[in-house]
Design a protein around this ligand. Structure first.
Ligand SMILES: [Zn+2]
Length: 453
C-alpha cells in the first residue's frame, strides 16, 4: 500500500503557503498551512521547508506504510539527504521529478560578524545570549523567534512582544526576526507536532539564513536533555531532542546550499539550574527578560508548570522572584494550589508530574533540596509550608553530576568556544561544571587547563 501526497507550495514576499491533497492528505492537515515572516524571504527553496515538515509527519501518521511525496516545485536533494538522515526516514520518499540538484542559491554577504540566536525566551536562551554577547562583544546579535502555539500564533507573539522583548537590551531587541505559523491550527492532531522538534526551527529559518548569512547561529533549546543520543527503538525518530549530531547535519545542509554558517549549541553541558544561575548571578540586568510562562494572556499565568518551576528556581538560588505576581500561584486551580491539594490528599506520586516533565524530575528534586525557606516565608507568607512539604514528599539523594557531560561537550561540541568562553563563564558564575575535578583539554594548538579552586 502506497499513499501519495501531492503538495502545492506557493510563496509571496513574506509567506510560504502549502496545501496537501491525495486520498489521505486530510489525516495530516485540516487545510492549507502558512508560515509568515517579518522580512522579505526573496528567492527561497520553500519546498525544502515544507518537505522537512511533511516527511516526519507522514511517518508519524502512516507508520510503516510507504508515502510518496509529489511537489509542484522541486525539493533540493540536499534537504532530502540531510533531513532523512536526521530522522532516519525510510518509508517516505520524494518522487524523482520533484527533486532538484540546484545548489546555487544566492546568499547575502555580511560585512560584519552576525550571531543569530534561535530564541525561546526562557533561562537557557537568555543565558546563551548573555554568554555569546560577552564572547563576541563586537558582533551584531540577531534574535530569531518562531511564534506558533495551540493558543494561536498571534496571541503567542503578542505575549512574547509585550512580556519579554521590551525587557531585552535594545541592541538585541532591535534585530528581531520572527516567523509565525498556523501549523498547530491546521494539524489534524496537535500532538503530532512533537515529531518536528529541532528540525522545525532549522527548516523554518532557512529563508533567514539565505538572506542574512550569519556567521554563527546558536540554538539554546533542550540543554542537558540530550543525554540520550541514540535512537530509541520504540520511537520512529533518530533523535528525540537536540544533539551535536543535529547541529552537524543542519550545518552541512546549509553549507551544501552555499551558506557559510556555523551552527552552535553552547547549552551543551549546562543544566537547567545552571542556566538560571548564570543569568541571575552574571547577567542580573537580563533577569527581568526571563520569559518562561506558557500562557498567552499575562506575563505570568500561575497555571502552567513553567510558572511553578520559575518559583522553584528562584527559591533554590535565593533569588527574589521580581516581577512575578506571587499571589496568583496559589489561586484556586493554579499550579501551587494543585500541589497543595495533592499534599493534602496524600497523592505524593502525582507531585512531580504536576510540576515538571519526566525529564526534569531529578533536576527539580535536587533544587527542592536547596530551597531557601526563609525567602519562601517572605514571598509566600500564607503558603510557604507547601514548598517545605513538597520537598519532603519527593526527597531523594540525587546530586547533579556535570563532569561526564562536560567532558563530552568539550570533545564533541565546539571545543574552543566552550573551553575558552562558556566554561570560564560558568566557573566564574559559581557553576561547578567540573565537579571540583581539574581537567585538561587540547583545544586546537592550545592546552587548556581548568583547575577548580
Ligand atoms: Zn505560566
Amino acid at each position: 500500500m502506497e499513499n501519495v501526497i501531492v503538495v502545492d507550495v506557493q510563496t509571496t514576499e513574506t509567506k510560504i503557503m502549502f496545501t496537501c491533497s491525495g486520498d489521505r492528505a486530510g489525516e495530516l492537515f485540516r487545510g492549507p498551512a502558512t508560515i509568515e515572516y517579518s522580512f522579505d524571504i526573496g528567492d527561497v527553496p520553500a519546498q525544502d521547508v515544507v518537505f522537512c515538515l511533511l516527511a516526519p509527519l507522514a511517518v508519524t501518521v502512516f507508520g510503516e506504510e510507504r508515502v510518496r511525496l509529489e511537489f509542484n516545485r522541486p525539493v533540493t536533494r540536499a534537504a532530502i539527504g540531510y533531513f532523512t538522515l536526521f530522522h532516519l526516514l525510510d518509508t517516505v520518499y520524494v518522487a524523482e521529478d520533484s527533486i532538484s540538484d540546484e545548489e546555487n542559491w544566492t546568499f547575502s554577504k555580511n560585512n560584519g560578524e552576525v550571531v543569530a540566536h534561535l530564541y525561546g525566551g526562557g533561562k537557557d536562551s537568555l543565558a546563551a545570549y548573555g554568554m555569546l554577547d560577552e564572547i563576541y562583544p563586537d558582533a551584531e546579535h540577531h534574535l530569531l523567534r518562531l511564534h506558533w502555539s495551540p493558543y494561536g500564533a498571534e496571541k503567542h507573539q503578542k505575549a512574547f512582544d509585550e512580556g519579554a522583548l521590551k525587557f531585552l537590551p535594545e541592541k538585541f531587541a532591535k534585530n528581531y526576526f520572527w516567523a509565525r505559523s498556523d501549523l498547530h491550527k491546521q494539524l489534524r492532531t496537535w500532538d503530532n507536532c512533537n515529531c518536528w522538534h529541532m528540525a522545525l526551527y532549522f527548516a523554518i529559518f532557512l529563508p533567514y539564513v539565505l538572506k542574512f548569512a550569519p556567521r554563527t547561529m546558536n540554538f539554546a533549546y533542550d540543554a542537558l536533555e540530550y543525554y540520550d543520543p541514540v535512537r530509541d527503538p520504540a520511537k520512529p525518530f533518530r533523535f528525540r531532542r537536540g544533539h551535536p549530531v543535529t547541529t552537524e547535519l543542519f550545518e552541512q545542509y546549509y553549507r551544501t546550499l552555499g551558506a557559510d554558517t556555523r551552527i552552535t549549541d553552547i547549552s551543551f553541558g549546562i543544566t537547567p539550574n545552571a542556566h538560571f544561575r548564570i543569568v541571575a548571578r552574571r547577567y542580573p540586568e537580563l533577569f527581568n527578560a526571563m520569559y518562561m510562562c506558557e500562557g498567552t494572556d499575562e506575563r505570568w499565568c500561575g497555571f502552567c508548570q513553567k510558572c511553578f518551576q520559575f518559583i522553584i528556581y528562584c527559591l533554590a538560588n535565593s533569588i527574589r522572584p521580581e516581577g512575578f505576581p506571587t499571589e496568583i500561584l496559589f489561586k484556586e486551580g493554579n499550579r501551587g494550589a494543585k500541589v497543595a491539594e495533592l499534599l493534602e490528599s496524600g497523592e505524593t506520586n502525582k507531585l512531580l508530574p504536576t510540576i515538571c516533565a519526566p525529564i526534569h524530575f531529578e533536576a527539580v528534586r535536587s533544587m527542592l533540596q536547596n530551597l531557601d525557606l526563609e525567602l519562601a516565608k517572605e514571598c509566600f507568607p500564607d503558603h510557604w509550608q507547601v514548598f517545605e512539604k513538597l520537598r519532603d514528599a519527593v526527597a531523594g539523594n540525587y546530586e547533579p553530576r556535570y563532569l561526564g557531560v562536560w567532558k563530552r561537550a568539550l570533545d564533541y561540541a565546539l571545543p574552543p568556544l566552550l573551553a575558552r568562553g562558556v566554561g570560564t563563564i560558568c566557573m566564574e558564575a559559581g557553576v561547578d561544571v567540573f565537579d571540583r575535578v581539574d581537567i585538561e583539554r587540547q583545544v586546537g594548538n592550545e592546552r587548556w587547563v581548568y583547575d577548580w579552586k
